[in-house]
Structures are given as C-alpha cells and as structure tokens.
Write a protein that binds this ligand. Sequence first.
Ligand SMILES: *[C@@H]1O[C@H](CO)[C@@H](O)[C@H](O)[C@H]1NC(C)=O
Ligand SMILES: *[C@@H]1O[C@H](CO)[C@@H](O)[C@H](O)[C@H]1NC(C)=O
Ligand SMILES: *[C@@H]1O[C@H](CO)[C@@H](O)[C@H](O)[C@H]1NC(C)=O
Ligand SMILES: *[C@@H]1O[C@H](CO)[C@@H](O)[C@H](O)[C@H]1NC(C)=O
Ligand SMILES: *[C@@H]1O[C@H](CO)[C@@H](O)[C@H](O)[C@H]1NC(C)=O
Ligand SMILES: *[C@@H]1O[C@H](CO)[C@@H](O)[C@H](O)[C@H]1NC(C)=O
Length: 476
Amino acid sequence: MPCFYTLALIVLFLCMNTIVSSRDKKLLGGRNLSIGDKGDLVTNLPGQPQADFKHYAGYVIVNETNGRSLFYWFFEAVTKPEEKPLLLWLNGGPGCSSVGYGATQEIGPFLVDTDGKGLKFNNFSWNREANLLFLESPVGVGFSYSNTTSEYKQLGDDFTANDTYTFLHKWFLKFPSYRTRALYIGGESYGGHFVPQLAEVILDRNKDPSLHIDLKGILVGNPETSYAEDWWGMIDYAWSHAVISDETHKLLKTNCEFKSSEDILSKDDVCNKGLDEMFKQYNEIDIYSLYTPTCLANKGISKPMQKVMKRSSNKDMIPKVMGGYDPCLDDYAKIFYNRPDVQKALHASDGHNLKNWSICNDDIFHDWAQSKRSIIPIYKKLIPTGLRIWLYSGDTDGRVPVLSTRYSINLLGLPITKPWSPWYNEKQVSGWYQEYKGLTFATFRGAGHDVPTFKPSNSLVFFSSFLAGQSLPSIR
Ligand SMILES: *[C@@H]1O[C@H](CO)[C@@H](O)[C@H](O)[C@H]1NC(C)=O
Ligand SMILES: *[C@@H]1O[C@H](CO)[C@@H](O)[C@H](O)[C@H]1NC(C)=O
Ligand SMILES: *[C@@H]1O[C@H](CO)[C@@H](O)[C@H](O)[C@H]1NC(C)=O
Ligand SMILES: *[C@@H]1O[C@H](CO)[C@@H](O)[C@H](O)[C@H]1NC(C)=O
Ligand SMILES: *[C@@H]1O[C@H](CO)[C@@H](O)[C@H](O)[C@H]1NC(C)=O
Ligand SMILES: *[C@@H]1O[C@H](CO)[C@@H](O)[C@H](O)[C@H]1NC(C)=O
C-alpha cells in the first residue's frame, strides 16, 4: 500500500512538473525563469527594510493523508536570481527553526531586531551569492505542522529526510525554474544529521532520471556527526578551555565510555557525575559561545542548559543544541513571529487563528524517536560521488566543538591534499583550513555555534569560496 501511494505521488510530481515547466518555457521563452508562486509572494511584512529582491513564504503539503505541511521562506538572490544556484538551509535541534535561526539570525537578508518590533537589513546575507530556501523541518517545528499530532512522537532522522525530500519536489512545482537548478544544502549542529542524510536520499533517488535533482554540494557547521567523537570533543574542549578542572577531566577520561550502541549516561554513575559537573560549569556561561555574555534579561524563558540535563534520560540522544550570539535574541524572535500581522504577511496564518511559534520545540526534541549514532558511513558513501563537502567550525563553541569535528573527520582517514593553513578576511586570520581528498574543513576564529551570527563578513567570503569550489583566501 505505501508503495502504491509513493508511486502515485511521484507520478503526480512528474506529470505536474512536466506540464508546468513546458508552460513555463513557452511563456517565458526560457529567459525570465524566476516567476515564483504569486500566492506566496510576501508583500507587506511589518518592519521589513526595503529590498530589491522578491521573497516568498508559505506551506507545502508533504502528506495529504495525515495532513503534514512544511513551512518555507524563500529569498531570491539580490541580483540575477535566474543565474544563481539554490541553497536549502536546515537548522538543527532537532526541533529548531530555520526561520528563527538561519533566516533571521544568521545568513538571511533580514535579521530580527533587538526591539522585537522589526527586522534589520543584513548586508552580508548569503542571498548575495545564491537563492536561499529556509525550511522549518520536520513537522512540529516553527510554523510546520501535522494534523495527525500522534506523529510528533514518531519523528526521527529518516522520517525527516523523507519529508524534506518530498518537500523539495513539491516546492519545485511552485517554483519550476528551480527544478533543474544547481542545488546546495547547508545547515548547522543537528543539521549535521539532516544535511548529509538528505543528500543521501537525493543521490539514491537520482538513480531514477525522472527524479533527478542537481545536487552539487553540502556544507555543515559545528555539526553533530558521531556520538563518541562528539562527546570526547566536548569533554576535551571543556578541559582545554578551562571550563573544567584537571580532576574532572581525568575522572571523565577514565570512567566514560561512549559506545555507539549503548547509553553511557545511565550506565556509569561516576561518568554521570563528571558530566553533571561539566554541565554545571557550562550552566554559568553560554556553552554555544564561551566568551560572550549570557542572557540575563529573561531568565524564565531561556534556560538551555536545563534542557541539556533533562536529555540524559533518553538513551538515543545527546544534549540539545540551541544557539545564538545574543542569547536574548531567541526571545525577540518569539515576539516577532507570534505577531498576527507578521503571521498573516508570511502566510503562516490568517492573522486570527494564530500559530504558536517557538524557536525550538522541546517536545520534538525530547520525543525524537530515531537518531543515527554516526553519520560517518554516509560521508563514506557521499565522498566517492564527487559531491562537494565542506565542514566548518566556530572555534569558541563548547557544544559541538572544533575538536569533535576533527575527531570525526579523522575517522574518515582521508588523504590530505592541502595542509593546515590560515585563511584570511579583511587582512586578518579568519581561521584555519585543511583540504582532504573529497572534503574541506575550515575553522572560524572566535566564532560560536552559529558561525554566521558571529562572523557575518567572513561567512559570506567562505560561502562564496564554497560555491566557486575554490580554496579559501590564503593570502593576507
Ligand atoms: C503519509 O504518511 C503516512 C505516515 O508516515 C504514510 O504511511 C503514508 O504512506 C504517507 N502517504 C503518502 C502518500 O506518502
Ligand atoms: C520577469 O517576470 C516578472 C513577473 O512576471 C516581471 O515583473 C519582470 O519584469 C520580468 N523580468 C524580466 C527581465 O523580464
Ligand atoms: C489541517 O487541518 C486544518 C483544519 O481542519 C485544515 O484547514 C488544513 O488544511 C489541514 N492541513 C493539511 C495539510 O491537511
Ligand atoms: C553593503 O555592502 C555593499 C557591498 O559590499 C557596500 O557597498 C555597502 O556600503 C554596504 N552597506 C552598508 C550599510 O554597510
Ligand atoms: C523513508 O523512505 C524510504 C524509501 O522510500 C523507506 O524505505 C523508509 O521506510 C522511509 N522511512 C521512514 C521513516 O519514513
Ligand atoms: C505555545 O507553546 C508553548 C510551548 O512552546 C506553551 O507553553 C504555550 O502554552 C502555548 N501557547 C498557546 C497559546 O497555545
């Protein structure tokens, strides 16, 4: 039965797509391809700075039977959108919003202003280089929903990859000129799962030429990648950055064992005590950005570390990832996206029956039913296909620290093609990078978990190099 439905759905995609794209070509002579979906065009977003590019927001139904609908926000490139590639951006959590983080705190053209009343223009928006598609995924995140609410307890990595894949094909029906466009996928933190997993689904399904999507590359920042390596990176980083004592570090080193198949957190009391001690220290600062102030304004709302502690009861998950340079900013975003006029302008609601938007959905996070212990096997599958794969890391993040990513990359045992060297922006060292056969790794000096929030100009330079497939700027 499911097979039949899937097949029917695919056939439907294809038929509609052929119709739309041939009509598209006829009408437009293959030139003005960026027609978009008029109904989703955003025209009067409150507090929006003036902009010369178009943007669209709305829903794409990914499953009619159960009523699953995903919310997207799409920004055309500032200039020549028809010539630029498409970037799909996925934030992590799981359960966190790409609208709240990616679009309005990191790489999008409009950033939530600190008064919660409006948006300010981001001069380093990545839509200078690409068309940007932000997706709130899976259902239950941000404005995305399922009418079959029991599904919220069944969500997991594979479920998400499948729905996101369906989303892409259905979104192409709304925006047919992007159907054959070069596609890149980017994301952060738990996006370290979502991004390679979606890439894998796309490449698998690409074997059917009629479903072909022109996926060119992926990039992930401070990505959760491999259970044991992520934990050891966090522990060693906390010690080497003077967050925990030599004694706590030694206790953790001798008592913890992060086997990929077992739950250490409930297995070993001594290890648990050590981790409690580590999180107790991190509770005092912002684990996602060690050297910036924490949000003291709204203590009642932002308590990310408490969420981390609750995590330990679920054996399949490691602690929650939230982020932001200004830890108060999450609260401003909440105010903004729950305004009736904002929801109406973004086609998220009619402005009366409001959606209850939050930047991260804790229930989704806690109930996450399936999480791959390691993404390494997916990288081993993706690398030989020649896909462009870039990993980057803000080096002041304690949550998915630069060490975790280096330990994970080391597991791949790739030959080094360009040794460790600095890269530059505005005559300063922006970070270091190393190129491997099939993978590039770069650091951002002094950036926290959500790199573009901390280093907007450097990030844009980095993204341009990525798109061009060129090494990072290596001369001052
Ligand atoms: C809709 O989702 C349900 C539950 O995940 C699944 O069983 C069904 O096959 C899906 N329907 C289609 C048409 O994909
Ligand atoms: C492209 O199409 C849009 C909407 O139909 C129109 O406003 C615009 O002028 C067109 N641009 C060009 C270069 O033809
Ligand atoms: C979900 O239910 C609401 C209320 O019945 C309905 O308006 C909406 O279209 C449904 N969504 C989907 C994706 O089926
Ligand atoms: C934005 O960037 C452009 C191009 O780099 C530059 O010309 C302009 O002065 C910048 N504007 C602001 C307000 O920084
Ligand atoms: C995802 O899709 C694949 C291929 O259609 C299917 O085999 C798998 O069961 C799906 N997984 C989930 C969790 O929906
Ligand atoms: C909105 O969701 C939050 C949890 O994220 C909940 O505490 C609150 O009661 C909800 N508000 C409404 C109006 O449903």
